[in-house]
Design a protein around this ligand. Sequence first.
Ligand code: F6P
Length: 327
Amino acid sequence: MQQKVSKIGVLTSGGDAPGMNAAVRAVVRTGIYYGLEVYGIMRGYSGMIENDIVPLHSRSVANIIQRGGTILKTARCKEFFEYEGRSRAFGSLKKLGINGLIIIGGDGSFRGAHKFSTEFQIPCIGLPGTIDKDIAGTDFTIGFDTAVNTAVEAIDKIRDTADAHDRLFVIEVMGRDAGYIALHSGIATGAENILIPERKTDIEELISSLQEKEKRKKLVNLVVVAEGDNYGGAEEVAKVVKQRLPNIDTKVCILGHIQRGGSPSCIDRVIASRMGYSAVECLLEGKFNVMVGIVNNKMHFTPLEKAVKAKQKISDDWLRIIKILAS
Ligand code: F6P
């Protein structure tokens, strides 16, 4: 693997996450500080394949730290799964002399980066940018804090109307493979039940817990469901509840993509800035093919290969907390 990095490319890939812009800003300004040329690759790996690459200067990233979305745009790129696509992407980098890459995205994006760096000997650094927080080797992912706060704000509002009408709301939050948004937003809003993909949903357990609440006239209930819950999401759960407990006034609310947008929280801006800065230092120090994370408030480096294989685990303690506090 080549050692001296002089021109670097930065891209955002997969689902956008609030704080991606703060990370791009940190990469650009740290790179320039160290005398590197920095390029922005548009639309993730698609832009790399199509040679849609622009030089970035200090001013190019002015006034973006507070903005959601990503100025580089993002995409989920199927062509990059194929060797042909990766080879074309390498051709674009070669043309410009880019010899180091920083990829801000989720595990799918890291899988691509790992393959690409192995095939074409190009150093890659990953920054965990996903609202789902489903990546091992870091306590935080860029975007999670903002997304979960958006969900909390929305669920608080739903509780007001649920309370006014004595209703049960089944609320779906994002998280295709991970229940962190459901778990955190559910605990923070005092949800009565939380259903997550990491735990097989026992619908009978849910029904009997709601029956028991109905008996003691606890009629305002919130059930937070992660979209990837194995039972099939909020609509499916509500369907069964309506059939089995027809006296309960049950409504569904799917929060959807509002969780992905919006101005990043302070935490997301700060972690994105620290990670972006650290990614450039990794490239300069020859610490290649790692994902930059934060563990116990210290920078933590996980080989890209491992970051894509492992998932964070949800401990049984979390599930106990929900059960005890939801009475
Ligand atoms: O990975 C983040 C995420 O928001 C998931 O929670 C969700 O399932 C997925 O992206 C949705 O992706 P898209 O916006 O491409 O439909």
